[in-house]
Design a protein around this ligand. Structure first.
Ligand code: HEC
Length: 254
């Protein structure tokens, strides 16, 4: 039995470390988002529609659902809407597929569910880990998605970070430059690092909400469910005491 448990533990740790290493050469940073902060999710929605929706769709989400879930005012909701669309419409992409194929060699994937596939920490690290690489088509590469074909959409806000390499000796005697991290940009962006960080965290929060809107409701139910369990435990405890009082008095009287 103990052997079996050890095998299960080792396997689990193995799988967990493969997941953790999914990030590529640099460790993933913790996104620490707060789905209860509706103002932050709204700012994230604004950033998503302004910075990402030009290339990516989120076609399993409707504008109206965002407005309801985030308790937006009519002005805020209409502010999110592109001019030709209605609240009931899905967040479809604006870039024709054949145009995207011609420019990027691929169609930018739909992002509705991406947070469920990649996780918040991966998204947060990905969006903050573009770095200057003049050999690449868009002049940038990414530390957790090497060779990615997406331009650095935050270059103006963040500046373009510089890569940090180390020289690694290979078994055949040659050496190779390997990425170990990224450094501050040579030319700073229009936002301070702290402002930029908040912008990306809010955006990732919105993407996590979008991938599973019911999570917010589940979290709201949480305290009630725990309260019910506590109350139920207390009732059962009192009931047990009541039963045993009877049993004990029967035994005593016999
Ligand atoms: C100029 C067009 C463009 C914009 C704007 C853009 N992207 Fe991308 N994005 C792409 C392309 C093209 C790819 C596919 C890259 C590849 O497969 O090499 C991509 C890939 C991605 C991926 C990886 C998806 C996967 O399958 O692993 C994520 C995540 C992503 N983008 C998020 C964003 C977010 C968030 C924004 C807004 C801040 C954004 N993108 C803005 C073009 C864009």
């Amino acid at each position: 039995m103990i052997k079996l448990l050890v095998i299960i533990m080792v396997n689990f740790l193995g799988v967990a470390s493969v997941w953790a290493s999914d990030g590529g050469p640099i460790p993933l940073k913790h996104a620490s988002i707060n789905l209860a902060d509706k103002a932050a999710l709204y700012r994230g929605a604004e950033t998503f529609l302004a910075q990402c929706a030009t290339c990516h769709s989120a076609e399993y989400m409707r504008y109206g659902r965002v407005a309801t879930d985030l308790h937006l005012t009519a002005t805020q909701a209409n502010g999110l809407l592109p001019p030709h669309l209605k609240l009931g419409d899905e967040m479809v992409g604006f870039m024709p597929n054949d145009y995207a194929k011609a420019v990027f060699g691929t169609v930018p994937p739909d992002l509705t569910l991406i947070a469920r596939v990649k996780g918040a920490d991966w998204l947060y690290t990905y969006l903050t880990s573009f770095y200057a690489d003049p050999a690449k088509r868009w002049g940038v590469n990414n530390a957790v998605f090497p060779g990615v074909n997406m331009p650095d959409v935050f270059a103006a806000l963040q500046g373009v970070p510089e890569p940090e390499f180390t020289s690694v000796k290979l078994p055949d005697g040659t050496s190779e430059q390997r990425l170990i991290g990224i450094k501050a940009p040579l030319v700073p962006g229009s936002m301070t690092p702290a402002e930029f960080d908040t912008l990306v965290r809010d955006l990732v929060g919105y993407m996590v909400y979008m991938a599973e809107p019911a999570k917010m409701q589940r979290m709201n139910y949480g305290p009630y469910v725990l309260g019910f369990i506590l109350l139920f435990t207390l009732l059962m405890f009192l009931l047990k005491k009541e039963y045993w009082r009877d049993i004990k008095s029967t035994i005593r009287s016999e």
